[in-house]
Design a protein around this ligand. Structure first.
Ligand SMILES: CC(C)(COP(=O)(O)OP(=O)(O)OC[C@H]1O[C@@H](n2cnc3c(N)ncnc32)[C@H](O)[C@@H]1OP(=O)(O)O)[C@@H](O)C(=O)NCCC(=O)NCCS
Length: 120
């Protein structure tokens, strides 16, 4: 998905819902990035809030996860603010730039308080 500004139509970032598993899991894993000129303006928080609602209401998922490196302060702030909970820590979880990197495991489930849908 792309995150875009409603009025101007500018593309400000992207969001993927990866690794969707159906059946007993009904889960997906978020990937996201802001485009640099639009960073730190709250647009990704708004976009991910919409993506979480889309995942639960349109894709019928029960769980949306985000795997985040412990030093990724911006991403950790983002999911914490949106109401995700930290569920664990996986050493050497994902290979990035040739190295197996540790990740914190965050998730939000349908029964939790969901982030407010942005009006603008
Ligand atoms: C993670 C990312 C999408 C956040 O985008 P953003 O535009 O900063 O998002 P928001 O404006 O909604 O703000 C997120 C929060 O992090 C803070 N933040 C943003 N950049 C930061 C930085 N470099 N250092 C510390 N805090 C930062 C913001 O102030 C905000 O905090 P607040 O909730 O207290 O106001 C962006 O940093 C990014 O694209 N990073 C590279 C890709 C990436 O790491 N993706 C996630 C992989 S898990």
């Amino acid at each position: 998905m792309v995150v875009c500004l409603r009025n101007q139509g500018d593309l400000v970032g992207m969001i993927n819902i990866n690794d969707i598993v159906r059946g007993s899991y009904q889960k997906g894993v978020l990937g996201y990035a802001v485009f640099l000129p639009y960073a730190r303006q709250g647009y990704m928080a708004a976009g991910i809030a919409l993506a979480v609602h889309y995942a639960f209401e349109c894709l019928d998922l029960n769980r949306v996860e985000a795997d985040i490196q412990p030093d990724n302060e911006a991403s950790l702030k983002l999911v914490r603010r949106l109401g995700f909970r930290k569920e664990g820590f996986s050493p050497g979880f994902i290979k990035i730039a040739g190295l197996w990197r540790d990740h914190e495991r965050w998730a939000i489930t349908r029964d939790m308080e969901l982030p407010a849908v942005p009006k603008e």
